[in-house]
Ligand binder design. Structure first.
Ligand code: KG4
Ligand code: ZN
Length: 341
């Protein structure tokens, strides 16, 4: 069964064709991200205008690259929610019109479930239930127990910011650009993760919810203190001093990035492993844009190795490719297939 996936929930216009919820025949994405960069976040109006222009040519390109035609398509899957309303409408209206025109069934998919099914793409071995899934992206931060294809129990969620949102906001404070996750993780590689002792919220053993607003505020106060300190030390006429100040700020940035990333990764991985232990799952899945973070993957592996669930061969998976971590249409087509089973 071949499903055409359409995803337009944020800045991206994404089109894919996936066979049997697993084999990706084509996966295309056109992003308007460069047009939003100077605003430090997504401007919905700019995103939707871009998507209107991109969507039909991208569908044509998907058919061209896959050498398929409409006759070979069994259904259309489209992201229905959550997301930017004007952007979602571009995808939904296009999908509805095409479904009617080409006489294909239309499957409406929840975006978070789409992220979850990114872990089913290009797998030799089909995942085994029950699965503990942590979805971490710019808009979502949810821990779910998945007992079957469409049987999800919410175990925990963020009480304020999603992890990706915290990465983006801290990047904005540090004037690093958008999206913050990839930039922060790159700078963190050069920094000292123990330089700043940032808070790990809701650290109780029986609590599976997340909170990142305290961490964000701690970064803000640290930056304010550094700026104050530098203003006190400043002697403008001495250029040698100015150079060393700039050097000091660059060092602070990498250390702040590393310490911030360590705090996020510790909170996420601790709760994920504790939940996996409690619910006695067969697999642990990490999904969403933040699942691209190498430090987070390593931290989860480390904690899994140290936990007592390893004895039962619990499998840890994250999406096969970075392109399946962040928003894409292959995951929507896959979700369309598995959710209809
Ligand atoms: O899943 P996604 O593409 O969109 C949403 O559904 O929100 O996730 C985007 C988020 C952004 O907040 C971005 O900063 C974050 O994922 N992200 C990362 C990394 N790559 C993307 N966060 C941490 N480390 C990364 N390598
Ligand atoms: Zn997403």
């Amino acid at each position: 069964m071949k499903i055409l996936g359409i995803e337009t929930s944020c800045d991206e216009t994404a089109i894919a064709i996936v066979e049997n919820g697993k084999n990706v025949l084509v996966n295309l994405i056109a992003s308007s991200i460069a047009k939003h960069q100077k605003y430090g976040g997504i401007v919905p109006e700019i995103a939707a205008r871009d998507q209107i222009k991109q969507i039909i040519p991208l569908i044509d390109q998907a058919f061209k690259e896959s050498k398929l035609n409409w006759e070979k398509i069994d259904a259309i899957a489209v992201t229905k929610n959550p997301g930017l309303i004007s952007s979602l409408l571009v995808g939904i209206n296009t999908a509805q019109t095409l479904a009617w025109l080409k006489k294909k069934p239309l499957i409406k998919v929840n975006h978070v479930k789409g992220h979850i099914y990114a872990n089913w793409l290009e797998r030799e071995k089909k995942p085994q239930f029950p699965i503990m899934v942590l979805t971490v992206s710019g808009g979502h931060n949810e821990l779910m127990l998945m007992r079957n294809y469409n049987d999800f129990e919410l175990i925990g969620e963020t009480l304020d910011d999603a992890a990706g949102e915290a990465f983006d906001k801290v990047a904005k404070m540090l004037d690093l650009g958008y999206p913050g996750g990839p930039i922060i993780s790159k700078l963190a590689d050069e920094g000292n993760a123990s330089a700043y002792d940032f808070p790990r919220s809701l650290n109780r053993k029986d609590n599976f919810d997340f909170s990142f607003s305290g961490l964000k505020t701690a970064v803000l106060y640290t930056l304010r203190d550094i700026a104050k300190q530098q203003a006190n030390d400043r002697q403008p006429k001495q250029s040698v001093q100015k150079n060393s100040e700039q050097h000091a700020l660059a060092c602070c940035k990498t250390d702040i990035c590393a310490s911030f990333q360590a705090a996020v990764c510790e909170s996420l991985s601790k709760k994920l492993i504790r939940a996996a232990e409690k619910y006695d799952v067969k697999e642990i899945h990490l999904a969403g844009g933040v699942s691209a973070n190498q430090e987070l993957r390593q931290e989860i592996k480390k904690r899994l190795n140290a936990s007592n669930i390893l004895k039962k061969d619990v499998l840890f998976r994250y999406p096969e490719k970075i392109a399946y971590c962040t928003d894409n249409a292959a995951m929507i087509a896959a979700a369309g297939f598995w959710l209809e089973k």
